[in-house]
Design a protein. Structure first.
Length: 222
């Protein structure tokens, strides 16, 4: 039986929200509006490589990261995306859908734990996304608040200040952005390995690995 916890925090996009589906849908819609044909799988692959590179530079708000990453990814697909279209891509984030298991799992967890989100996003964008969830979150830490992007430790350190001595478990899909820095800080973390990825060689071993949030609630016994 897993240890008891008081607080459970989540990464948002990729863990609670299907960001890959959201990115592909945004590229498809904007390409159609621009009269461009685009391979959305190729766009997603380019986006996933480019976004960490943009975040590793001088800090900029996440809506600017979204726009800049979309613009650079489009260039790789021979699509000279203009500033207006890149801004529309960024503005689409609140429409990206939660996974089907997200709200049922959150409702079960909310009956037993305080819930939180640690997200590489702006406050305003996250506030719009929160409208898609069926439970409230008591602890929210964003990139805008800490002026840094995971895998920096800033989100986790800010959350620890707010959580205090309460027993804390972190849940995330990305090993790079969340599981590794949580491990650096000795924070127990569960890897929601939605894509069936292999643990990186020499990478931080999570407390446990589950395929989705339904499996998480089963592991926690709620």
């Amino acid at each position: 039986m897993p240890a008891d916890y008081d607080v459970i925090t989540f990464d948002c996009y990729g863990t609670l929200v299907d960001w890959e589906a959201g990115i592909r849908a945004a590229f498809a819609t904007l390409a159609r509006q621009s009269g461009v044909q685009v391979d959305t799988l190729a766009a997603l692959a380019a986006y996933q490589v480019i976004e960490p590179e943009v975040q590793a530079g001088a800090f900029m708000p996440y809506h600017a990261v979204l726009a800049e990453t979309a613009r650079r990814a489009a260039v790789e697909l021979n699509w000279p995306m203009d500033d207006r279209t890149a801004a529309q891509f960024a503005a689409s984030l609140p429409t990206w859908p939660p996974f089907a298991d997200t709200n049922p799992a959150l409702e079960r967890l909310a009956a037993h734990y305080r819930l939180g989100i640690l997200s590489n996003v702006d406050d305003e964008l996250l506030a719009a996304t929160l409208a898609q969830f069926s439970v409230p979150f008591q602890i929210i830490v964003t990139a805008e608040q800490v002026q840094a992007y995971k895998p920096s430790h800033a989100h986790f350190l800010a959350a620890r200040e707010r959580i205090g001595a309460l027993r804390w478990l972190h849940i995330a899909q990305s090993h790079f952005y969340d599981i590794a820095p949580a491990g650096d800080l000795g924070l127990p973390a569960v890897w929601v390995n939605r894509k069936g990825e292999t643990l990186p060689a020499g990478g931080t071993t999570p407390l446990t690995e589950v395929r989705d949030l339904h499996a998480l609630t089963t592991w926690l016994g709620v």
